[in-house]
Design a protein around this ligand. Structure first.
Ligand code: ATP
Ligand code: MN
Length: 462
């Protein structure tokens, strides 16, 4: 017999049919010669109930089937008399694939804290919470590809190992095959990277943008979606050392088009989650964040508020609010400032534009005023910055001048500068942190709980 997944059984299974289900036992209880097993196979947050007539089964077998065990059940699908499910399985035959010793199985009981579950990241997919998170991550990944594919964007795979340290978005992790104890040395005593695998220093990428721009200036509309790595020692609930980023890059787009694309994209993803992940979102709403669904709906209702950094700074300075960090024109906004604008002042997502050039990257388009660049950050409730982007400087001379001013080396960037030398065009793009999106859509409050295996300072155990 062919196995049918629990989701299919619960949603479409017809009573009276013989079925085969396989999965992991969430709980088992006995009552007057009948055992009730809640079986889950990850296809849906709900369990299917298996009803077992105890006397007709081997006692030792039933004893081995406790929470955590993996079993296969054949039986008849019948209408359920109990509340909460349409159908259940009246068991005829049960095979035990693997038991789980109740003395040592860490998920024996329900209601573990998220902190505890982080210590057993290898088993937490077996919980309702992480089942929901993983299905949601999948749905969001799929929706991202669908959104861009439907618009004719090309998915470009940018390198993970990079030989350029010019990306400038953060501290990097070195990639090397040299012996850390006895590296080859040059005559003047430095590590000789000529002897290294690539014959030079290499690192893990912090962003696929620069390579994305190369593709956009040929294919017009592209996006990347890959892992990025930042060795910053920021132990916050919103930073990971390894996270995933989606970076569209579009030829002929200016800043307004870039904002329009970002807003449409975020709303599309949130609507996709509401339309396709109802059960999981309801679970997360009830268990962790009673305002989650309302907040997701609210973001869809209204346009994002758009204003300049300068206007944002004025609002913050006039707010009378006590901030930990002072707000001055020219300094980067902290997440407390971003969240004040979003949660207290405008009560909706905000797009801040035209930041001071000194606090933004070298490639951003310089404005006429000589002080600002055509940058945009999208700020979200509960999160702060979820997207950072800009229109790019397409003028070779201006870009070259900025590169030199910042002490960057032409020899590291010549390939990037070439796009401005040959057939340059206006273009714009942005980066969405996938786990920041997941924080918003799931209502979880710590970024460690929206990625299967979080990498953070002092934590890469498994
Ligand atoms: P932040 O100021 O929040 O540290 P950033 O300005 O350094 O972020 P960008 O370089 O603009 O980040 O990266 C684009 C997007 O990637 C950000 O808007 C955010 O959503 C996400 N992001 C950046 N750093 C991290 C990180 N360490 N962990 C998870 N997501 C991140
Ligand atoms: Mn940013």
């Amino acid at each position: 017999m062919k196995r049918v997944k629990v989701k299919e059984l619960l949603e479409n299974g017809s009573p009276g049919t013989e079925v085969l289900a396989k999965g992991w036992v969430r709980s088992k209880r006995d009552s007057k010669g009948v055992a009730f097993i809640a079986l889950n196979d990850g296809s849906i947050i709900h369990n299917i109930q298996i009803v077992v007539d105890v006397p007709s089964f081997d006692e030792a077998l039933l004893r081995s089937i406790g929470t955590g065990a993996c079993i296969a059940v054949t039986g008849t699908l019948v209408e359920s008399l109990g509340k909460g499910q349409r159908v259940e399985i009246q068991a005829k035959d049960i095979i035990l694939y693997g038991g789980a010793d109740p003395e040592t199985f860490p998920l024996q009981k329900k209601g573990h804290t998220l902190e505890f579950l982080r210590e057993i990241a290898h088993l937490r997919p077996r919980t309702n919470t992480f089942g929901a998170i993983l299905r949601l991550r999948h749905a969001m990944s799929f929706a991202i590809h669908k959104f861009f594919n439907d618009k004719g964007f090309v998915y470009v795979h940018t390198p993970i190992i990079t030989g350029s340290d010019a990306e400038g978005a953060g501290a990097m992790f070195r990639v090397t095959t040299l012996d850390p104890i006895k590296p080859p040395l040059t005559d003047d005593g430095h590590v000789d990277y000529k002897e290294d695998f690539f014959g030079k220093e290499t690192n893990l990428t912090v962003s696929g943008q620069l390579e994305g721009e190369l593709a956009a200036t040929a294919l017009s509309e592209v996006y990347t979606f890959g892992p990025t790595f930042r060795a910053e020692n920021s132990n916050t609930a919103r930073h990971l050392a390894e996270f995933w980023m989606i970076e569209p890059e579009v030829a002929f787009n200016e800043l307004v088009d870039n904002m329009d694309l970002a807003e449409e994209f975020l709303k599309y993803l949130i609507k996709y989650a509401l339309d396709n992940c109802k059960d999981d979102l309801e679970f997360l709403n009830n268990m962790y964040d009673k305002e989650l669904l309302a907040r997701l709906h609210a973001v869809l209702q209204n346009p994002f508020k758009r204003l300049t950094y300068t206007e944002g700074v004025e609002i913050l300075q006039k707010s009378g609010q006590k901030f930990e960090y002072k707000v001055d024109w020219g300094t980067d906004l902290q997440s407390e400032h971003e969240r004040y604008l979003v949660e207290k002042h405008f009560m909706c997502p905000v797009i801040l534009t035209d930041y001071p050039r000194e606090i933004k990257a070298f490639y951003m388009k310089q404005s006429e005023d000589g002080k600002t660049v055509r940058a945009m950050d999208v700020l979200f409730p509960g999160i702060g910055e979820i997207i950072g982007g800009s229109q790019r400087e397409e003028d070779y001379d201006k870009l070259f001048k900025r590169v030199t001013e910042l002490g960057m080396k032409e020899s590291d960037l010549w390939w990037y500068l070439d796009t401005r030398k040959f057939g340059t065009c206006p273009h714009a793009g942005f980066g969405l942190g996938f786990e920041r999106l997941m924080l918003f859509v799931s209502g979880m409050s710590n970024i460690r709980d929206v990625i299967p295996f979080p990498r953070t300072p002092k934590n890469a155990d498994f």
